[in-house]
Design a protein around this ligand. Structure first.
Ligand SMILES: NC(=O)c1ccc[n+]([C@@H]2O[C@H](COP(=O)([O-])OP(=O)(O)OC[C@H]3O[C@@H](n4cnc5c(N)ncnc54)[C@H](O)[C@@H]3O)[C@@H](O)[C@H]2O)c1
Ligand SMILES: N[C@H](C(=O)O)[C@H](O)COP(=O)(O)O
Length: 307
């Protein structure tokens, strides 16, 4: 097995997380600047470094727009390596979306960038921990654009991908997925918004008739209570913070982000660049470790299904 691990934003905590895990990277190729890698992992084998060079010297905790292209190149190199079969999976360290945009490159996140690089029309962001799996209908989208982005076709396509990957990657035979409403109290019967009645419910009905086991739309505030969460194999939230706030409350630092629907395997951490603590030696590598382990698991599952 060969896993590509990108270094992420060079001013952030990615490199020190890798240094903490240095004894657990035997099947990993690090994709990033060789000088940066050697400064934190001096004994890391050079034949397991895929060199992508910083444009300017790096300073921990200080963003530099000049290195935005470097960050994107590490992701692209790993993704193309997966597509060509050189790597079995890729794991990404956190990047800083604003500095890439500040450099003049429109950018929303790894998820959208990987969809573009692999020409995948629909992907699904899912984060998971011991408590729950949460997939998102919409990802890095301003809140005011969310409602109009939720169409019946998109709901069906996201649920099909989620269902398929719960079976293939997580071994759930007959997934039971709960779907959040968009509006308070799932629209209160149409009195607090129409999306549940007009868009979400008809799409779920269609899928139920095709055999999908779906509950909802359920008001998100009651769905994300401990007694409810445990009833479902996954929860589909309508927008980023609706799903990720409860997920990160339940398991920040040990959760993993996985992009479903891609032709490659990609996992990532549940946290950001943590510029405020970069270089202080206090960053927790739990999520990166879990992300690498989940990638290994997915590779094995894929090999099993290919047999
Ligand atoms: N996987 C990714 O690439 C990813 C994920 C989330 C956020 N981000 C990006 O990161 C940037 C900063 O985001 P933010 O400030 O909202 O979130 P953040 O996760 O970087 O930081 C939030 C708080 O959590 C702490 N923290 C984060 N990771 C930690 C760790 N491993 N160990 C100990 N403490 C940790 C930080 O010190 C900070 O106090 C943004 O540009 C955001 O888009 C990237
Ligand atoms: N939405 C993710 C989170 O909050 O953890 C994070 O921004 C990373 O997204 P990408 O994997 O698309 O960069």
């Amino acid at each position: 097995m060969k896993l590509a691990v990108t270094l992420g934003e060079p001013a952030g905590i990615g490199i020190e997380l890798l240094a903490q895990l240095k004894h657990e990277l035997a099947d990993c190729v690090l994709v990033g600047d060789p000088g940066l890698i050697q400064s934190y992992l001096p004994h890391f084998p050079t034949d397991r470094i895929e060199a992508v060079y910083l444009s300017e010297p790096n300073e921990l905790g200080r963003l530099n727009t000049a290195n935005a292209g470097y960050v994107l190149n590490t992701i692209k190199t790993a993704a193309l390596g997966c597509l060509s079969g050189r790597y079995d999976a890729m794991i990404t360290n956190p990047i800083h979306k604003a500095v890439i945009n500040d450099a003049g490159i429109p950018f929303s996140g790894h998820t959208e960038y990987l969809a573009e690089l692999t020409h995948t029309p629909q992907v699904v962001m899912m984060l998971l921990n011991q408590v729950m799996k949460v997939a998102l209908m919409t990802t890095h989208l301003p809140l005011k654009e969310v409602a109009q982005a939720i169409t019946g076709d998109k709901i069906k396509s996201v649920i099909r991908i989620l269902h398929h990957d719960l079976q293939q990657k997580f071994g759930v035979q007959d997934p039971h997925v709960a779907i959040c409403g968009l509006n308070p109290h799932a629209g209160e019967g149409g009195h607090l918004g129409h999306e549940e009645v007009e868009v979400i419910t008809p799409a779920l009905e269609d899928l139920r008739q095709q055999g999908y086991q779906l509950s909802g739309p359920i008001p998100a505030d009651t769905l994300f209570t401990p007694n409810q969460v445990k009833n479902y194999d996954a929860i589909l939230a309508m927008y980023h913070d609706q799903g990720l706030a409860p997920l990160k409350y339940a398991g920040f630092g040990e959760s993993v982000n996985i992009t479903l629907g891609l032709p490659i395997i990609r996992t990532s951490v549940d946290h950001g660049t943590a510029l405020d603590i970069a270089g202080r030696g206090i960053a927790d590598a739990g999520s990166l470790k879990a992300a690498i382990n989940l990638a290994r698991h997915c590779v094995k599952q894929q090999q099993k299904h290919a047999c």
